[in-house]
Ligand binder design. Structure first.
Ligand code: ADP
Ligand code: MG
Length: 792
């Protein structure tokens, strides 16, 4: 058991504007426990009566200042936790701080650069690297990704995400067993056998989250996301299984509603926006107070899910993210205060070992059999009943592997049953005779020049029959696969047709990422070993496919508008940059691949040369009747050192290629995500334009919105006002999209591209416009914009 208080770290985000001097200082030397001092400027500290403190000091395990990079944060915070998870302990890392302070950046990473990847991708990389190194155990890894919003749990990896809005998916609910263990119903667990698969799941969840979010709810600031890596390990042959969970948690923004400003209390403990954060604080307070018997975990879903992480069986780490700018000082101080309370909580982590009863039964059965055999031998009561078919087959297998084993110390273990011992001798004798006959036949066939039509020996015949059977099976499997593929392709075609038809009748969500039935699911409440493989790569390609399909199905006018939107969007620079980097990495990988192939063939040649040299020396020895020299000659030495060098080069290049592969995969995922985001924002923009055109006259409007694509929070806010006044929960529905939806049908028309798109959209799918007057307004508007943009 490891007893440990929750570890607290602070990370200061670089300011948006230039560094503001004197707001905080970090003292690294104070008895090895660093402290962060936040200094309130006088104008903020002053009340009517100037009796406020002017500076606040908080201790942390370690403080990461603005210049700390993601690698440093991972190495110091996440790596030790990942290490204990690998050893079989539960771990949790959660980020706490106000919106914009860098929680998502720290936990998941930035969306722009590969070097900005956060704790989740780096931890996955580290864990899979370690698993590969350790061959002494069998590991299985599963991933789940839960979002909690307004006290409701959503499975971000639910394969039906693509097909339905969040509200239509079954909610993740909490079940408690008699031992007070928490189980999450409706949360799918997906097996990930490689880093790539796990990374794909992370991006899939993030994309699903992004798609479900609409501008009016900004759920990402108000929801909690829990990415969990479930790891189980077992030594081969052992019945003990270890389970460990690693929760990586991106909490909702911790800001409070009211800042009362002048004359009020600056550090007023106003009402929380987020009720579950309020309950989290209550749990933390209860845990940090001694002699409290009741801890109110059950008050909220988040505290129930994280129950083990808070005062339970887990090694927990908190990262307080701070945006230390003047206007954020009160929030930063309350984040630090929260951290100080968290630091008082003691956890007791234990190894989560479980005995697999099935394996124990198997072991006991074997033991009973052995004891029975021994007993029979000792008492002299030999068993007389014949060995069963299965036993005979098992014995023959044992003999075969014994004979094939090159190890001179290997033993043929058949136990103390004399029937088995006899059968072994009998079988060995038979094999020996068969071999002799075969050799005789070969010799006689050579000498008598007979043809090779010897009757096949029983053994050989059986082998050939087995191989034939195997091949037959393989062919059957392949034929079945082919049939399935064909059926899938037909279904996809059919579905595509259906989708279009459906869309005419109802507004389906704008994104459908793959077939809802494709992913195989399992519930968390059942054992992870039952989880079935989730074809992530298939998912991703289907995600991409749908996106491309979506563009294809956009009307031409819409496509043109989208092209302009894309060109002027702030993110397009990032996408282009990443495209360039990706190109570079691809060509680097290609060149590296070629060098690796070269090195491989060079290694082959060198080995061949060494062998040749050996043969020559032996031949020389025989012809000159000399003993072969024990020491290799100089030439051979040289060849060997070249070989070693080449092998080293090969290994280095191979490692680099592997790293490149991960980087390429990550960049591709980043780009996919950015593209989906762009597409989504375009839909919103398009809907907004339609509304504006309906409200205002086109001429005024086109001039007012020369550059509406560049996103600002204000414009988003306005947009949200325009779009809907729905409540938060309702607002989480995926927006119906009038034009860029993947399901909007392409119209056959000979009109101009822009005109093509709008008038012919199905009336039911256009929430804000429907008459041709408004539609031509849109066309006029876009044309006006195009000409303005061209002039610019
Ligand atoms: P939160 O999740 O707490 O609301 P984000 O992680 O989304 O905040 O961060 C807000 C913005 O600040 C993002 O654009 C992010 O890229 C940037 N950011 C946050 N932390 C850092 C950092 N340490 N270095 C560079 N940029 C950061
Ligand atoms: Mg965030």
């Amino acid at each position: 058991m490891v007893k440990q208080t929750i570890q607290i770290f602070a990370r200061v985000k670089p300011p948006v504007r230039k560094h503001q001097q004197g707001i905080y200082s970090i003292d690294e030397d104070e008895k090895l426990i660093p402290s962060l001092e936040i200094i309130l400027p006088r104008d903020l500290a002053d009340g009517f009566v100037n009796n406020k403190r002017e500076s606040y000091k908080f201790k942390f395990q370690r403080i990461f200042d603005q210049d700390a990079n993601q690698e440093t944060v991972f190495e110091n915070i996440a790596k030790p936790v990942a290490g204990s998870v690998l050893a079989g302990y539960n771990g949790t890392i959660f980020a706490y701080g106000q919106t914009g302070s860098g929680k998502t950046f720290t936990i998941t990473g930035g969306a722009e650069r590969y070097s900005d990847r956060g704790i989740i991708p780096r931890t996955l990389s580290y864990i899979f690297e370690q698993l590969q190194k350790d061959s002494s155990k069998i590991y299985t890894t599963h991933i789940s990704y839960l979002e909690i919003y307004n006290e409701c749990g959503y499975d971000l990896l639910d394969p039906r995400h693509e097909a339905s809005s969040l509200e239509d998916l079954p909610k993740v609910t909490i079940l408690e067993d008699p031992d007070q263990n928490i189980h999450l119903k409706n949360l799918t667990l997906h097996q990930a056998t490689t880093e790539e698969e796990a990374l794909n799941l992370l991006f899939l969840g993030d994309t699903n989250r992004m798609i479900a979010e609409t501008p009016m709810n900004q759920a990402s600031t108000r929801s909690h996301c829990i990415f969990t890596i479930h790891l189980s390990s077992k030594e081969p042959g052992s019945a003990t299984v270890r389970h460990a969970k690693l929760h990586l948690v991106d909490l909702a923004g911790s800001e409070r509603v009211a800042k009362t400003g002048v004359g009020g209390h600056l550090l007023t403990e106003a009402k929380y926006i987020n009720l579950s954060l309020h309950y989290l604080e209550q749990v933390i307070i209860a845990l940090s107070e001694k002699h409290r018997s009741h801890i109110p975990y059950r008050n909220s879903m988040m505290t129930s899910v994280l129950r083990d992480s808070l005062g339970g069986n887990c090694m927990t780490t908190m990262i307080a993210t701070l945006s230390l700018e003047k206007r954020n000082l009160d929030e930063s101080i309350s984040t630090c205060r929260f951290a100080q309370r968290v630091a008082l909580i003691k956890n007791e982590a234990v190894l989560n070992e479980e005995i697999n009863p099935r394996l124990v039964i198997k072991r006991l059965q074997k033991e009973i059999q052995e004891l029975k055999d021994e007993l029979a031998m000792v008492t002299g009561e030999q068993r007389t009943e014949a060995l069963t078919e299965a036993e005979l087959l098992q014995l023959e297998k044992l003999i075969t592997s014994f004979l094939e084993d090159q190890d001179s110390d290997s033993r043929l273990e058949v136990g103390a049953d004399m029937r088995k011992v006899h059968h072994c001798f009998h079988h060995l004798k038979k094999l020996l005779n068969d071999k002799k006959i075969l050799e005789n036949n070969t010799v006689s066939s050579e000498s008598k020049d007979q043809d090779c039509q010897e009757p096949l020996k029983e053994e050989e015949y059986r082998k050939l029959r087995d191989i034939l059977k195997q091949r037959d099976n393989e062919i059957n499997i392949l034929v079945n696969m082919l049939k399935k593929e064909k059926k899938k392709a037909q279904e996809a075609l059919h579905l595509a047709g259906m989708d279009r038809r459906e869309f005419r009748q109802s507004q389906s969500p704008p994104f459908r990422l793959g077939n809802p039935e494709e992913g195989q699911r399992m519930r968390l409440s059942s054992a992870p070993s039952q989880a079935q493989d989730f074809s992530i790569l298939g998912k991703r390609s289907s995600l991409l496919h749908k996106k491309i399909g979506m563009r294809e199905e956009m009307s031409l006018g819409c496509q043109e508008a989208f092209e302009i939107f894309k060109r002027d969007h702030a993110d397009s620079v990032t996408i282009d940059d990443n495209k360039q980097i990706l190109k570079q990495r691809f060509s680097e990988a290609k060149a590296l691949g070629e060098s690796i192939n070269e090195a491989r063939s060079k290694i082959g040649h060198l080995k061949e040369e060494i062998t040749q040299r050996h043969i020559q020396q032996v031949a020389l020895g025989i012809s000159e009747n000399m003993a072969v020299p024990l020491m290799p000659d100089q030439q051979e030495e040289k060849l060997r050192s070249q070989l070693e060098e080449e092998k080293r080069r090969y290994k280095t290049m191979f490692t680099r290629l592997k790293a490149l592969k991960v980087e390429i995969e990550h960049l591709q995922l980043l780009m996919d995500k950015a593209k989906v985001k762009l597409q989504k924002e375009f839909e919103v923009w398009w809907a907004e334009e339609a509304t504006n055109l309906q409200v205002n006259s086109p001429a005024v409007n086109s001039l007012d919105h020369t550059k509406p694509f560049l996103q600002t929070s204000d414009s988003q806010h306005e947009r949200s006002q325009l779009l809907s006044n729905k409540s938060d929960v309702n607002a989480r529905k995926i927006l119906p999209s009038p034009c860029p939806s993947p399901h909007s049908q392409k119209q056959s028309s000979t009109s101009t591209p822009l005109e093509d798109s709008i008038p012919k959209r199905p009336v039911s799918s256009i929430p804000l416009t429907g008459d041709s007057q408004t539609d031509s307004d849109i066309i006029a508007f876009i044309k006006a914009r195009q000409s303005i943009l061209q002039k610019q």
